[in-house]
Design a protein around this ligand. Sequence first.
Ligand code: SAM
Length: 304
Amino acid sequence: MTDSETNASAHDEDLAEFKTSALYVVGTPIGHLGELSARAIAALRAADLIACEDTRGTARLARHLSLRAPLVAVHEHNERSGADRLIAALGEGKRVALVSDAGTPAVSDPGAKVVRAVQDAGFRVIPVSGPSAAVVALSASGLLDAQFRFVGFLPPKSAARRRVLEGLCEQDCALVFYEAPHRIVECVDDIVAVMQPQRELVVARELTKLFEQIVRLPLADAPAWLQADANHQRGEFVLLLSAPPQAEGLDAATLRTLGLLLDELPPSRAVKLAQAITGAPRKLLYAHAMTLGVDAPADDDSLG
Ligand code: SAM
């Protein structure tokens, strides 16, 4: 068989595997091109039309894979009208692929509205899984928390960002954020200002790329680490924050209340108020206050 006959028969196999009138949501690499799966390549080769965020970015992938399908831009500003165009193609029996610039479409990327519109129009949506930076970072983070919450990008302005962080700080799970290099320093500063100091921060940058770096630090040390080397502030970032500390018998909300009161008041007063607000046992509150380096007053027998 000649090379072109081999390619033609591989293309026929791809066409047989992928149904017509279906939208394929295809995950693409977040860095290393070797992480493009064989099934993703087959889906892209079978597609009659490829919807992408930015045609220039996806054109590089298309050249790399010798794709022939036309690329159509569907981004956050035209997602609804773009979806109509894709639905029309599906109505003509086409196979349509949807990709984003990198990673998994619809995860902090356009795609969710297209998927919903296509489903609502009665067509099948088929995922072709690939990497997502959040999960890639989690897998190599060294965090032990059983649960995580994916937050994605925080608001760009500090006041709004701190408000969102305050709403998250009592969640009993690890938190996963995306951040751009030009905001990484101020974002980490706000996390340090709002979150419990006993938490760990994992900075995962340039995942699967040449300058990949994954470091796990006590939260309070993170700003100094970012300042230690200009390269530490370059590239693409996932930030992961370990779950809030657990003290026996005290939940995260109680610990936060106690921590805030201890910042402002003498320990005996802080514990008394924390008990009144949360209903937690005074003895446990004192015991936890002491683990934070706070001394019980000499005449206090609450710990007895
Ligand atoms: N949909 C993509 C996904 O599932 O991974 C995420 C798209 S979002 C617009 C882009 C953000 O993902 C970046 O700003 C960064 O926070 C994170 N990211 C993407 N690639 C990364 C990489 N190689 N290393 C670290 N973070 C990355």
